[in-house]
Design a protein. Structure first.
Length: 196
């Protein structure tokens, strides 16, 4: 079900030119352990378009899991670069495995009060430039991973609420993606087909 319906606005540079290049932006969005990476990779392969990988996964490995508030700007710049590189290679659609808004949400959860204001502003601009969010629900079984934080039922319910409210509160078009395997992928493919 599509919620929202406001037409996505395109970010512009100082001269007012469309910097999106006409490429539609789809963000696979949601809390941890909801199948975002698998879905983003699969959707991109299905439509023959690039996908932007989540930057913080690799960064976390490089930092041996020791991320501090001082790293938040670097993480944001890395995520933005990943998204921008993929968009440059896209013909019609770019699929983003998470986005800068997700970085902001995690910053607020793990480093309260430390998220740089420039990052918040850039995240909001990128949200407005997004044509569709695919909200991955927490109905998948928890997959243990040292990068994940909220494995218990209460924690998963909390992050689901935070991520869902982030979408509802911004009024951008989004579709809830739930179910297992083929069902989950079919919902995402249907939403993508309606967008194209």
């Amino acid at each position: 079900m599509v919620v929202g319906g406001k037409t996505a606005h395109r970010r512009t540079d100082n001269g007012g030119a469309d910097v999106s290049g006409g490429v539609k932006r789809v963000v696979v969005f949601g809390p941890e352990s909801t199948g975002k990476t698998t879905l983003a990779r699969s959707l991109a392969g299905h439509i023959g378009e690039p996908w932007a990988e989540e930057f913080v996964r690799e960064f976390w490995e490089v930092k041996a899991g020791k991320i501090t508030a001082e790293d938040l700007g670097t993480i944001a710049l890395g995520q933005m670069a990943s998204e921008d590189r993929a968009a440059e290679r896209a013909r019609q659609v770019v699929i983003c495995d998470t986005d800068l808004l997700t970085c902001v949400l995690w910053n607020d959860l793990l480093f309260p009060g430390k998220c740089p204001e420039w990052m918040r502003a850039e995240a909001e601009a990128r949200v407005r430039a997004t044509d569709l969010f695919l909200f991955c629900d927490t109905d998948l079984s928890w997959a243990a991973d040292p990068q994940r934080c909220f494995p218990d039922e209460a924690g998963r319910a909390m992050v689901r609420r935070v991520w869902r409210e982030a979408l509802v509160g911004r009024g951008q078009p989004w579709v809830e993606i739930a179910g297992e395997g083929v069902e989950r992928e079919a919902l995402a493919r249907e939403a993508l087909a309606r967008l194209r």
